[in-house]
Design a protein around this ligand. Structure first.
Ligand code: AMP
Length: 426
């Protein structure tokens, strides 16, 4: 019978990699909570209309990347391609706007986009998502960015990342800028890549972040969106930069940094790395004043970001230069026979309840096999109980590195293992 393989563009996170995922999630929780963010969990699928309205009908995501299907009642549903629209829906639906502002929330989990899979780009991928809602002050922008960088700092990645910053202004001036941009690009249309020719008609701003060299040459000479900011948006941007300066956070102003979703206004930012080839964006975000209203809620402004967890995990993997670390047991309990197993089952449970990582044999294998297994699992210690030891109420405690061993009363085993493991951890 042929085996069934996973779907193209999705991947399993195997135990050898899971430790790095947990490190990322732990660093996120610790950092976000220090800034007063609380976790929120939202469904993996929503009404299709939410994304069409929230992300923008003309964006690549809505036009060609969504996993959309009719459920059995004929309702059109979509697997979430990003989290912000769902979070805004929840904010509106549960009246979270009555909470003290800014309302600070984060979530983490899988997103789904039908993109061309390659290294660092998947069809099911995972994001950390953070949103601060209801506060227009530019210091919030700076604080959100500082938090993002602190998260990377907690993982030891700060040195390998660069912060890119831009302002794309307010909807009115942006519209005027887009017309300028189209006017500039139109005469050169033939020199643009096929995708940019299409973007020119549908979503001209996106031409700015095309990576094709011929397009780059044209984009270099394009008018800058920063020259078109309204006085308010200009002041906002100056203030964000000054606040970042005050915190000693370096950044590169990149007037070509527009983002793939329609809802952004004013501040946009991305964190990039030179270590992942073409998929160089590790996180991105920006301000989206107006989105909550667009989705039928209050006029509350918002700002947030999303981190691509796969890319962070890839960076962490390059850092330690190995396939990942496993958590080793602290001891293997080895009963030789069924009577010894019965005696060790409660001991194993007591040791585990005391917080130790314990492996237990089942009394069916010979000692050399059990020791081989303990070594493969990377356990530093084994406690062996055969008939002789059982009769004496003892175990043989063996240091698996040095081979040294001694006998110890079973009644004291858990306590002894705890103090040995504590000593090892120091
Ligand atoms: P976006 O929601 O498009 O702003 O993306 C935010 C972050 O999610 C990006 O900077 C990437 O790190 C990550 N990301 C986006 N799309 C994918 C994908 N298809 N596969 C893996 N990571 C992704």
């Amino acid at each position: 019978m042929p085996s069934i393989k996973s779907v193209r563009g999705v991947r399993d996170i195997l135990p050898a990699e899971a430790e790095r995922w947990q490190r990322v999630e732990d660093a996120a929780r610790r950092t976000f909570e220090a800034y007063g963010y609380e976790e929120i969990r939202v469904p993996l699928f929503e009404r299709t209309e939410l994304f069409a309205r929230g992300i923008g009908d003309e964006t690549d995501i809505v036009k060609k990347e969504m996993y959309t299907f009719d459920d059995r009642s004929g309702e059109s549903l979509t697997l979430r391609p990003e989290a912000t629209a769902s979070l805004m829906r929840a904010y509106i639906e549960h009246g979270l706007h009555v909470l003290p502002k800014p309302v600070k929330i984060y979530t983490m989990g899988p997103m789904f986009r039908y993109e061309r899979p390659q290294a660092g780009r998947y069809r099911q991928f995972h994001q950390l998502d953070v949103e601060a809602l209801g506060e227009p002050h530019p210091a919030v922008d700076a604080e959100v960015i500082a938090m993002l960088l602190d998260f990377f700092g907690a993982l030891g990645l700060a040195e390998r990342l660069d912060l890119h910053l831009n302002s794309i202004g307010d909807p009115g001036t942006r519209k005027a800028y887009v017309s300028d941009l189209v006017r500039y690009l139109k005469p050169h249309e033939a020199q643009l890549c096929a995708q940019c020719r299409e973007r020119l008609a549908r979503n001209p701003l996106r031409v700015l972040d095309c990576k094709v060299p011929e397009c780059q040459a044209l984009i270099d000479k394009a008018p800058s969106i920063l020259d078109t900011l309204s006085p308010d948006a200009g002041r906002h941007f100056l203030s964000v930069k000054a606040d970042l300066d005050a915190m000693g956070i370096p950044y590169t102003v990149n007037p070509r940094l527009v983002r793939g979703l329609d809802y952004y206004v004013r501040t946009t930012f991305e964190v990039k790395t030179k270590d992942l080839g073409a998929q160089d964006a590790v996180a991105g975000g920006g301000r989206y004043d107006g989105l909550i209203e667009e989705l039928g809620g209050s006029a509350d402004p918002g700002i947030g970001f999303a981190v691509g967890i796969e890319r962070v995990v890839l960076l962490l993997g390059q850092g330690d230069g190995q396939g990942g670390e496993r958590r080793h047991p602290q001891v293997c309990l080895i009963p030789l026979g069924d009577a010894a197993l019965k005696r060790l089952l409660p001991v194993a449970r007591a040791a585990r309840r005391a917080g130790l990582r314990v492996e237990l044999g089942y009394g069916t294998r010979k000692l050399p096999k059990e020791l081989e297994r303990a070594n493969r699992l990377g356990s530093p210690l084994a406690a062996i109980v055969g008939d002789d030891e059982l009769g004496a109420g003892e175990a043989v405690l063996r240091d698996l590195k040095s081979g040294e061993q001694r006998r110890i009363p079973l009644a004291r085993l858990v306590e002894e293992l705890r103090s040995l493991s504590a000593a090892r951890a120091r």
